[in-house]
Write a protein that binds this ligand. Structure first.
Ligand SMILES: C[S@@+](CC[C@H](N)C(=O)[O-])C[C@H]1O[C@@H](n2cnc3c(N)ncnc32)[C@H](O)[C@@H]1O
Length: 333
């Protein structure tokens, strides 16, 4: 496995070094929505050439609101995905991490924007303190890892309670069950898992001619053959695997559980009835106001906090989730 890691790293280092054009921003197979899906992802004209690759990110993140979130992408490659998230989904901060120093340098040269940064690091021991992120994104990278279990443990460590993990990648048929077991055992809760092989295959078909042109223009002749396999060009091994269903492409969304009995709950008395929780402000300090009728307050006979100044976003989620579960208080989405 260490040999495999070394080979992948050498490969991605060489690619970033030899083909340093910033125009090539993505290295995934893409995603084409089924025709029944409604609406087309709105993109700026300059992002249109990368539509299929961007749609894979958009599908994995699944309209989750990332504003006011600290987001990490693991295996950020040439930075197109982190740049898309930063520009369109407007998180508070967006960090791309990759084990290829050349790729990180390329991103830091060409993709920097306010709140967006790229760092070098390995999935097996990520260079971030515990509970640093509200979301971790991982697109078509995990098949390279030395240990998926270690990686998932690291994701669990760096996520804040209530944080989300957005995943998409391919596996051979045996690997699909193993992956599901790994998700189940990692301490995160699987909220959604979808087999998107057909969508990815359609994207590969739609993008085949463009990719062939790019390979001819950018990749030295001697490397073109193996690179076509890597890029999933029609007729090559990975493409055929997806076509024959011996290779599957999965997306998943997992969440880090919020502790069920937060400390503050024990000191607050019974939950008020028919209340409404309103959220004010964004960014660092958020105020949650708990409103309810005077009658309800008297009936409960409880002393409770009507307004909470909450500094951390994960705590806001924790309080909101508590009231959502209690069902006696309306919590707007
Ligand atoms: C196929 S590319 C996908 C890049 C990007 N997510 C995208 O969709 O364009 C896989 C990326 O994962 C990175 N990667 C592979 N193994 C890694 C590891 N152990 N630690 C960090 N990054 C890794 C590679 O360097 C490469 O940039």
């Amino acid at each position: 496995m260490a040999v495999q890691r070394f080979m992948w790293r050498a490969c991605y280092e060489a690619l970033a070094k030899r083909v340093s054009t910033p125009d090539w921003a993505f290295m995934n197979y893409g995603y084409a929505p089924a025709s029944v899906d409604v609406g087309m992802l709105p993109l700026r004209p300059s992002d249109e050439p990368d539509r299929l690759c961007i749609q894979l990110y958009s599908h994995a993140i699944d309209s989750c609101d990332l504003r006011d979130s600290d987001v990490l992408e693991v295996g950020s490659g040439r930075g197109g995905g982190a740049s898309y998230i930063s520009r369109y989904l407007q998180p508070r901060s967006m960090t791309g991490m990759d084990f290829s120093q050349e790729a990180v340098d390329l991103c830091n040269r060409h993709r920097l924007a306010p709140g967006l940064a790229f760092v070098c690091g390995d999935t097996q021991s990520m260079p971030f303190p515990a509970s640093s992120f509200d979301a971790v994104v991982n697109i078509e990278s995990s098949h390279c890892y030395e240990s998926m279990d270690n990686f998932l443990a690291e994701v669990c460590r760096v996520l804040r309670p209530g944080g989300r993990f957005f995943f998409a990648d391919l596996r051979n048929l045996d690997g699909v069950d193993t992956l599901r077991e790994q998700f189940k055992a990692c301490g995160l809760t699987v909220e959604k898992e979808t087999d998107i092989t057909t969508n990815v295959l359609t994207a590969l078909r739609l993008d085949n001619a463009r990719k062939l042109e790019l390979i001819d223009a950018l990749i030295p002749r001697v490397f073109r053959r193996p690179f076509r396999v890597f890029a999933g060009i029609a007729g090559t091994r990975n493409y055929a695997g997806l076509e024959s269903a011996t290779l599957r492409y999965l997306s998943a969304q997992l969440a880090k559980r919020v502790p069920h009995r937060p400390e503050w709950r024990r000191t607050q008395g019974p939950a008020p009835q028919n209340g409404r929780l309103a959220r004010r402000g964004r960014g660092e300090a958020v105020e949650l106001e708990l409103g309810f009728t005077r009658r309800t307050a008297i009936r409960n006979g409880a002393a409770f906090v009507t307004s909470l100044q909450i500094q951390r976003r994960d705590c806001v989620r924790m309080v909101e989730d508590h009231f959502r579960r209690s069902r006696s208080v309306t919590v707007p989405e």
